[in-house]
Design a protein around this ligand. Structure first.
Ligand code: SF4
Ligand code: SF4
Length: 384
């Protein structure tokens, strides 16, 4: 079968952060060092090879990049400074843009000015939208934070949150289906019986919530931080989507709801500051390189966390007007963070990684049953 080569692939990937892959001379040290690399998912060497040879289609249909957790061990072992860990990160960004049917992800990852512009435009629209609602649509007053006459009543925010959540979930679901199509329906993939999809379904929530494979990395720090960040984020998301009324009432503290809010705020701020500090100091292999999108993401996360805390304090301090203004500013960070990061950028990996683990397990189970790949008996790939 003819193999189509894209000679511009390696240049294209540079925009996504894979800047040193060209230095790789295929010694295989990185794959030997990686505690997740195992047959048939031997990485990062194989992905480096696909990249160097311009094998775009095999790279697009690979699950390996999502099985990497970017602990950085392979980069420390690379004798050529080819930064395999960062290359895998760059490939994941590229894959995210390939799965995205809108082309927005590609635009955001390839151009920091486009990403910044998109954030500012969405933030401005959000600010104008909520101020207009507060002054014109809701019949509330800027000097009232909660209860009757509130400037931004919880029920209105609740409707907005759920509408946005459903739209983002739909966009991400379409991208996940495209991932399935690329990785599970190519000629090298093995057909999987529907019953197997059901049998291994539990892998999805298990790996989504625990990220437990990450524990096998020698360096446990990134796993701990990632877990705290993710659990904090999910706790905050649950509070906002389900318990917004309890979170917003006051000014007295509602300990049942706010205790979780305080814990999650501490987790978000602590892990974000740790990541920013690490990226400035470049104190570990996984912090040595920062793509522009990493800074935008961390900046948004810190902005949202700090404005959320300030808004909460102002409300408890009996300053409703200042709390309302800070609330609008806070939402001007929340909306672009969710609208751009969930379906098109960083946060989407929370869906793609568990899916990749699930798909990899399905492939192995189908092969164990003796099923043949769509394209016939497996042949050694030219890059393997
Ligand atoms: S990335 Fe480095 S360690 Fe891995 S195969 Fe290439 S040269 Fe060897
Ligand atoms: S960064 Fe860590 S998990 Fe990823 S390929 Fe390298 S050693 Fe493996």
């Amino acid at each position: 079968m003819a193999v189509r080569v894209n000679p511009e692939l390696i240049d294209d990937l540079q925009h996504f952060g894979a800047k040193d892959a060209v230095k790789c001379y295929q010694c295989g040290n990185c794959s030997a060092a990686c505690s997740h690399s195992d047959d048939p998912y031997v990485f990062p060497r194989k992905s480096m090879r696909y990249l160097q040879m311009g094998l775009e289609k095999p790279l697009r249909s690979a699950l390996d990049p999502w099985l990497c957790y970017y602990c950085g061990k392979c980069s420390e072992q690379c004798p050529r400074g080819a930064e395999p860990g960062e290359t895998m990160m760059g490939v994941r960004r590229w894959l995210t843009s390939e799965y995205d049917f809108t082309g927005i992800s590609r635009l955001l990852y390839r151009s920091w000015s486009s990403e910044l512009m998109a954030i500012l435009v969405v933030a401005a629209l959000t600010g104008v939208g909520f101020l207009s609602y507060g002054y014109l649509g809701g019949g509330g007053k800027l000097s009232v934070y909660d209860g009757p006459g509130a400037f931004l009543p919880p029920h209105a925010i609740h409707v907005f949150d759920w509408t946005m959540g459903i739209i983002l979930a739909l966009l991400l679901s379409i991208n996940c289906i495209r991932m399935w199509h690329f990785t599970m329906r190519n000629e090298h993939a093995t057909p999987v019986r529907p019953a197997l999809y059901v049998r291994y379904l539990l892998l999805l929530p298990v790996h989504f919530f625990t990220q437990k494979r990450f524990r096998h990395c020698e360096n446990k720090t990134p796993w701990t931080n990632h877990l705290i960040l993710m659990l904090s984020y999910l706790t905050m998301l649950t509070l906002i989507m389900v318990f917004l009324k309890q979170m917003q009432e006051g000014p007295q503290v509602n300990w049942y709801a706010h205790t979780f809010g305080y814990l999650s705020a501490m987790g978000l701020v602590g892990t974000t500051i740790f990541a920013i500090h690490g990226r400035i100091k470049k104190d570990a292999a996984y912090h040595r390189h920062s793509h522009e999108s990493d800074w935008m993401f961390l900046g948004l996360l810190l902005f949202v966390s700090v404005t959320g805390i300030v808004q909460h304090i102002l409300h408890r301090a009996g300053l409703p007007m200042a709390a309302n203004i800070t609330y609008v500013v806070h939402l001007m960070g929340v909306v672009p963070m969710l609208a751009l990061e969930v379906p098109f950028s960083k946060w989407s990996h929370l869906a793609y990684r568990p899916l990749a683990i699930y798909f990899a397990q399905l492939q192995q189970a189908a092969q164990a049953e003796g099923a043949l790949p769509f394209g016939g008996p497996a042949e050694a790939h030219p890059a393997a």
